[in-house]
Every structure is written in structure tokens, then in C-alpha cells.
Design a protein around this ligand. Structure first.
Ligand code: DX5
Ligand code: ZN
Length: 224
């Protein structure tokens, strides 16, 4: 079984003290920093862009996981790569509405900068839709809520998709592929998510609303 990695989402952080929060997350045992980039069009809210990653980059050794919830993601890749993102994930839906080849082209563009790439599917998109690009991917991101807001409830039907994604990754000889789950991850459902085959758990409200972040991250990481 792959090691469990916890990716706290800074969407739930206080943006006025982001630098301190990043350092604290590293001290508390986070494995990566999940950066929710929203453009007010693909999803309703606007959060931040590449400048945020550029500013937090010197503050931590942890990988920066840029989750781009934006239209036309190709136009932003160079900025996030320059800002120091370690992995950039783009939404199937944002790409597919432009053209059939846009997702593949965007993933190739990300890789051309030496950055890891991921494809994201919303809860209502079959994971099979991204099977054709699996060989290119460093990470599959399965949304377990509709993107836009933290603090939503995990959609249980996504559990089956995790299994399908893990089975397919294994079938094509990519058993090391990271499968990340985003939305509504709690101490109550982390074990089941893990057993289904996801190894990277995004946690926004579960980490930031807890009294002891280190303890919560450690518990999320060791669920069985
Ligand atoms: C939702 C974001 C998530 C969100 C998760 O659109 O992509 O990363 O911050 O928050 P929780 O863990 O609170 O569901
Ligand atoms: Zn996210």
C-alpha cells in the first residue's frame, strides 16, 4: 500500500497570516500544501493566483499542489510553474469544453516545465473519461464535493470511483500513481477512502477547525 499523504487545503486558512500558517503546517506534519485556485468563473469564488504560490514558496520545503479550478488552464501554466508549483492539476470539465485534445495538451505543457501533472474529475464525471490520459499523469484528483467551497459533505458515491481509478492504474502498470481525494475528508471517513485506494487526502476544514492540527494530521495519516 502506498504511503498516506495529507494535503491541507489553505482555502480554509486565514489569508492575512498565510506565511505563518504555511510554516505551522510543515511543523504539524503535512505532506504537501494544497492550493485551491479559483477564478470566479469555473467556480463562483475567486481565491488567489500564482503570486500566492510565489510568496509561500520560500517558506516551506513541502511540495505545493496547485489545484486549478479555472477556465482556460493552459494560459496559466507558465505562471504556476515559475512560481514553484510542484504539481499542477487541471479540471477535465474546463479542458473538455474547449476541445477534445485540450486536456492532453495542457498536461504535456505542465510536464514540459518539469512539473508534475494531474487531472481532476468532478463528482458527476465518470473517471473513465480520463483513462486515456492516465499514462501521462502523476496524480488523479477525484473531487468528492462539487468544487468551490470548503466544509461540504463527502459524496459517498465517489468511493466506487476511487476503486475504479486504483484498479485501472494497477491494470496499466501504474500502481504507484497518486490518487488524491478532495472534499469532505474527515477522521470518520479517511479509513474507508484509504482502503478504496486513495493515498493523498486533502483536508481543509478537518485540519483548520481542529484544536490540535498536528494531532489531526497524524491521525489522518495513520488511519487503518
Ligand atoms: C473545494 C476545494 C477543496 C476544499 C476542501 O472546491 O477544492 O480543496 O478546500 O475543503 P474541505 O476539506 O473542508 O472539504
Ligand atoms: Zn482542492
Amino acid at each position: 500500500m502506498l504511503k498516506t499523504k495529507i494535503a491541507p487545503s489553505i482555502l480554509s486558512a486565514d489569508f492575512s497570516v498565510m506565511g505563518e500558517t504555511i510554516k505551522k503546517l510543515e511543523q504539524c506534519g503535512a505532506d504537501m500544501i494544497h492550493c485551491d485556485v479559483m477564478d470566479g468563473s469555473f467556480v463562483e469564488p475567486i481565491t488567489f493566483g500564482a503570486q500566492m504560490l510565489k510568496n509561500i514558496r520560500p517558506l516551506t520545503k513541502l511540495p505545493l499542489d496547485a489545484h486549478l479550478m479555472i477556465e482556460h488552464p493552459k494560459t496559466q501554466i507558465k505562471f504556476f510553474a515559475d512560481a514553484g508549483a510542484d504539481i499542477i492539476t487541471v479540471h477535465y470539465k474546463a479542458c473538455n469544453k474547449i476541445s477534445d485534445s485540450y486536456l492532453k495538451e495542457t498536461l504535456e505543457l505542465i510536464k514540459s516545465y518539469g512539473v508534475k501533472c494531474g487531472a481532476v474529475v468532478n463528482p458527476d464525471v465518470p473517471v473513465e473519461n480520463i483513462f486515456p490520459v492516465f499514462p501521462l499523469l502523476d496524480m488523479v484528483l477525484l473531487m468528492s464535493v462539487y468544487p468551490g467551497y470548503g466544509g461540504q459533505k463527502f459524496i459517498p458515491e465517489v468511493m466506487e470511483k476511487i476503486k475504479k481509478a486504483r484498479d485501472y492504474a494497477e491494470a496499466i502498470g501504474r500502481s504507484e500513481l497518486d490518487i488524491e481525494i478532495d472534499g469532505g475528508v474527515t477522521l470518520g471517513n479517511a479509513a474507508e477512502i484509504r482502503r478504496a485506494g486513495a493515498n493523498v487526502l486533502v483536508a481543509g476544514s478537518t485540519v483548520f477547525n481542529s484544536a490540535d492540527m498536528a494531532d489531526t494530521i497524524s491521525k489522518l495519516k495513520t488511519v487503518k
